[in-house]
Design a protein around this ligand. Structure first.
Ligand code: ADP
Ligand code: ZN
Ligand code: ZN
Length: 734
């Protein structure tokens, strides 16, 4: 039996979906520092835990408490700041704290793997304030001597070299570390490496925005850069980043889906060389860990990546940049539910550093925050290149026969642009060959067995697939219902579009990009890279091609089918449609030829369609905001949704009824709206039935009050395989 530890007990975070932390007795000599990982005895086996805090007492009885003996780390893997941020996230989004803390670690460290030292340690100098320097010189000559020696070594000094200067180097070096005068890394630290590609001279507009924005940096502040597509926002971020690097600061640079913005990685590499690391789903766990570790050690100064890179740690963070801040991929919808933009803003606030959000189509939330003067707003209205973003033009498809989903006008324009040497982008957000398979005779439809959804015909694999659960079924020869009718397909997906356009424009390459045709980041890079050559070609695809890229050869953008968004049940549909239209349209005309943008519709008189062609994004956004205000929807109210899914709808509804009962008293007292429980829009998904209960209020204090009062009881309701429930704070959609 280990002896009773002098430090008492410790609380650990363990990655299981329970709203609690776990107390352990600490073995004698067990290191105690928040952020260390331990392998802990748990049930019959073991689990990895992250030490959070120590305390003298625990309410676990002495016979039942287990002892933590096996520490996995030499130094904490989570900083105190990161633990505080994770705890805030868990608290605000009402997510299980253990799962949240593990989410902040790179995948490689989530199990019991130890960090293997691969290279020799080097100590190198950080910027030292003048008064600290003076104090060291006067009072701590040993520290001062070592500091100066380290400062003078461009590659830092290793243990042997330090020992040569002072045999008793250990304790002064440690003292310098705590004073943050020096730091160690495992390889040569990145000093400002030579700039490879010179920055372009900023346009007057860019330079004005940069100067104004940069002058306000320093303390916590949120800045929204609202610049039309191709206006050179990236160039402004680069300047801000450069400026941070010159001050020895580090930067986190978030982008929606890095797999898709290979072009950006290349641009950053060209500009900043070795100082940057990137992390995204195309890398292995080990590669992502290495990027995380290099950034943490200060060996790289820029972390470029997707949502989860928000949790990268470092000592000298000076700025966070979030590009395409409106993008819904910043919202994590499974596992831990959070919005990376909002958590990033909290992080900036906790560190008292600035954060810059940018977009050509800013989210309504952010525009609202500018109106309320919570954020600074900057605008770039022009492109530094030859032509302004094209105006969208409606193509009325009511009276015409579509060929492969395209109207005659669209086909004519595509042909014209190609023959004049332009590249053409055709956006269709529906993969597969055809979205509907039906019996001509009796009206039978091919539906998924596990979901309330239709099966999509994929001709290349001769199957009908469910896009929600992956269920696959062969195409029946005759109708399974009436046994005689012909099976027909309706509608058009990217596969059919590709076929049609290939036939029609056979002398030009057709590049299709969607989740079926492109399965890896490299493949994506390779395909889209073909545009780089600038030769005329057709690029067709889903939302994967709608954003982030900058190919000056594209002169025509076409949106084939936007009509479904006009009648969607989602209150966000119009916002999304407008953003997509401007983003897709904005891919064209970035080079030295004027761009054109077309949008096909059967509802050209619809007010939203009219707005798309007659107004700027900002004006449309303002009117949608007005509408939301009238209806009391976000951002004018806050929404919390309890979601349940179960093997039957009754069970899911019953669970939410139970949760509703706990909420009832508070909801009434505080005037918070409570809607439901009701079955979810798509009730059955992957064989489970789903329902939801929604809380909504324009008063965040009252809403938080309800949660504060009711959650202690609700948190005790188990979430099991037969009936699962989760909370979705600031839910994206109702
Ligand atoms: P955004 O991020 O706003 O879409 P980018 O930064 O990608 O815009 O810029 C669009 C294009 O304009 C890029 O090819 C970029 O190299 C070019 N560009 C940006 N700023 C300048 C400038 N000041 N002078 C010349 N070209 C520029
Ligand atoms: Zn039939
Ligand atoms: Zn399905």
């Amino acid at each position: 039996m280990p002896e009773k530890s002098p430090v008492g007990f410790a609380s650990f975070a363990i990655a299981i979906p329970l709203y609690r932390v776990f107390d352990y007795d600490l073995a004698v000599n067990a290191p105690v520092q928040a952020g260390l990982r331990y392998r802990l005895p748990f049930g019959q086996g073991s689990k990895t835990g992250i030490l959070l805090s120590t305390q003298d007492a625990t309410d676990i009885s002495p016979e039942r408490i287990k002892t933590a003996t096996e520490c996995l780390d030499d130094a904490p893997v989570l900083s105190e700041h990161m633990i505080a941020l994770a705890r805030w996230l868990a608290e605000y989004y009402l997510q299980p704290p253990g799962e949240v803390l593990f989410q902040c670690l790179p995948g490689y460290l989530r199990n019991a793997k130890r960090i293997k030292p691969t290279q020799v340690k080097y100590w190198y100098a950080l910027p030292v304030a003048a008064d600290l320097r003076a104090r060291l010189r006067k009072r701590s000559p040993r520290q001062y001597e070592l500091l100066v020696a380290i400062e003078q070594a461009p590659d830092g000094l290793n243990a042997a070299q330090l020992k040569a200067i002072n045999a008793g180097w250990h304790s002064p070096v440690r003292a310098l570390e705590t004073r943050q005068a020096i730091k160690w890394g495992r390889s040569k630290p990145a000093v400002t490496s030579p700039v490879r590609q010179p920055a372009p001279v900023l346009s007057q507009e860019q330079s004005q925005v940069y100067t104004e924005l940069n002058s306000r940096l320093g303390r916590f502040s949120v800045h929204l850069l609202d610049g039309v597509t191709g206006s050179g926002k990236t160039e402004v971020y680069f300047r801000l980043i450069q400026n941070q690097l010159e001050q020895q600061r580090q930067v986190i640079y978030l982008v929606p889906e890095i797999g898709l913005t290979t072009q950006l990685i290349e641009r950053v590499k060209q500009r900043f060389g070795e100082q940057f690391v990137s992390s995204h789903s195309g890398l292995t766990d080990w590669q992502r860990f290495q990027a995380w570790d290099r950034f943490r050690r200060g060996e790289a100064n820029i972390m470029l990546g997707t949502r989860s890179c928000l949790f990268s740690q470092c000592d000298r963070l000076g700025l966070i940049v979030i590009d395409e801040e409106h993008d819904s991929s910043y919202r994590q919808e499974d596992g831990i539910r959070y919005h990376a933009r909002d958590v990033a803003i909290k992080r900036a606030q906790m560190l008292d550093i600035p954060i810059v959000l940018g977009s050509a189509t800013p989210s309504l939330e952010s525009l609202n925050n500018c109106q309320r003067e919570h954020y600074y707003l900057y605008r770039l209205l022009h492109r530094p290149t030859a032509y302004a973003p094209p105006r969208l033009r409606l193509i009325d498809t009511r009276q015409v026969k579509l060929v492969s989903g395209c109207s005659p006008v669209v086909l004519e324009r595509i042909g014209r642009h190609l023959s004049q040497g332009g590249q053409v982008l055709v956006y269709l957000n529906r993969r597969g060959y055809a979205p509907v398979v039906m019996c001509h005779e009796c009206g039978w439809q091919a539906n998924c067995r596990q979901c309330d959804s239709r099966l999509t015909l994929h001709q290349s694999v001769s199957q009908m697939l469910c896009h929600h659960c992956g269920y696959a079924q062969g195409l029946p020869a005759v109708c399974p219902e009436c046994g005689q009718g012909d099976i027909k397909h309706y509608g058009i997906g990217t596969e059919q579009l590709e076929q049609g356009l290939k036939q029609r424009f056979s002398q030009f390459p057709v590049i299709r990009i969607d989740r079926d045709s492109v399965t890896s980041r490299d493949e994506f890079a390779q395909r889209i890279g073909k545009l780089q050559k600038g030769e005329p070609c057709l690029l067709i695809g889903t939302q994967m091609i709608a954003k982030g890229h900058d190919y000056p050869g594209i002169t025509l953008s076409v949106i084939l089918d936007a009509d479904q968004a006009l009648f969607s049940a989602s209150y966000r549909a119009s916002e999304r449609l407008v953003q997509t239209a401007f983003q897709v349209g904005g891919r064209s005309g970035r080079g030295d030829r004027e761009g054109e943008a077309l949008i096909q519709t059967r509802f050209p008189e619809h007010p939203l369609m009219q707005a798309l062609v007659n107004s700027h994004y900002r004006d449309i956004a303002d009117s949608i905001l007005q509408e939301r205000k009238m209806l009391g929807f976000p951002p004018y109210s806050r929404v919390v949704i309890f979601r349940a899914d179960a093997l039957s709808l009754d069970q899911a509804m019953a669970r939410l009824e139970q949760i509703g009962q706990y909420l009832q008293a508070s909801v009434q007292k505080r005037g918070v709206k409570c809607i439901g429980p009701i079955p979810a829009l798509m009730t059955r998904r992957i064989g489970r039935y789903r329902a939801q209960l929604c809380l909504m209020s324009n008063n965040i204090q009252q809403l938080r009050g309800v949660l504060r009062e009711a959650m202690p009881a609700i948190k005790k309701i188990p979430s099991t395989h037969s009936v699962k429930w989760v909370i979705d704070v600031d839910a994206f959609d109702l």
